[in-house]
Design a protein around this ligand. Structure first.
Ligand SMILES: C[S@@+](CC[C@H](N)C(=O)[O-])C[C@H]1O[C@@H](n2cnc3c(N)ncnc32)[C@H](O)[C@@H]1O
Length: 240
């Protein structure tokens, strides 16, 4: 059974996830940085740094949301970054941000589903996804699509929450994720489910070695896994 945000609704995970991110879009950036004490910014920087040697020209940021990862990736000086997402609410916040920062000529945001990407085969030099793959309805299909639109020799970088395995971080993290984060998240976002869905979806997500196995099954090679901050997050990297 897929973990979904609104368990009393019958619609599929994809439409529930889009609905949830539409609901919280206005508070998303604040909650992200507040609930992670800003570590999410450090994690995105680290993920982007793994692409420095590749010097990508055309990049795709999947599940781009409010475009934070795409903006971070501009440090690589690509010619262009395209960001796709299924939440029009998140894209709208992202577009305002790009406008404010004068970045609309460098980053283009458009509606796009990771499991059916609106691009030709072998299009992008590098592809990034931050905190997105856990929300896919069909993880393997989403990763296979990523591989399809990546150029041969191109690199994909995936940043996602993972589950710390060791005492005492495992216990501290579980306490925080189950007891503090949902209460603060609900209070600020006013969405009844989003910050309960977050720990539940992390719990259900195949992290670490399990993720690498699926990543390789869809065709990625030279795969590597970097554990960040006691295993709270992980970066997965692979080549086509
Ligand atoms: C936690 S946010 C991450 C946003 C951004 N990447 C960041 O680092 O802040 C997850 C995003 O994934 C998007 N998403 C979920 N499923 C998707 C799918 N199948 N295709 C494209 N985007 C998807 C959601 O709409 C949401 O904006």
């Amino acid at each position: 059974m897929a973990v979904v945000p609104y368990k009393d609704q019958n619609n599929d995970k994809k439409s529930q996830v889009a609905q949830m991110f539409d609901n919280i879009a206005g508070k998303y950036d604040f909650l992200n940085h507040f609930l992670s004490a800003g570590i999410d910014i450090v994690w995105r920087k680290k993920a982007v740094s793994l692409l420095v040697k590749e010097k990508p020209k055309l990049m795709l940021d999947i599940a781009t949301g409010t475009a934070d990862f795409a903006i971070e990736a501009l440090s690589l000086q690509p010619e262009k970054i395209v960001g796709v997402d299924i939440s029009e609410g998140m894209l709208a916040v992202g577009r305002q941000k790009l406008q404010r920062k004068g970045l609309t000529d460098k980053i283009e945001l458009k509606y796009g589903d990771s499991e059916n990407l609106p691009f030709e085969d072998n299009t992008f030099d590098a592809i990034t996804v931050a905190f997105g793959v856990r929300n896919f309805e069909n993880l393997k299909q989403g990763l296979a699509e990523m591989n399809r639109v990546l150029k041969p020799g191109g690199t994909a970088v995936v940043l996602e929450f993972s589950k710390p395995q060791r005492f005492p971080m495992k216990q501290l993290y579980q306490f925080y994720f189950k007891n503090i984060l949902p209460v603060v998240g609900r209070f600020v976002s006013k969405d009844r489910a989003a910050y309960t869905y977050l720990p539940e979806s992390v719990q259900a997500f195949p992290d670490g070695q399990e993720f690498l196995k699926i990543f390789e099954e869809v065709g990625f090679k030279n795969t590597k896994w970097h554990s960040l901050t006691f295993g709270i997050s992980s970066i997965y990297i692979g080549k086509k």
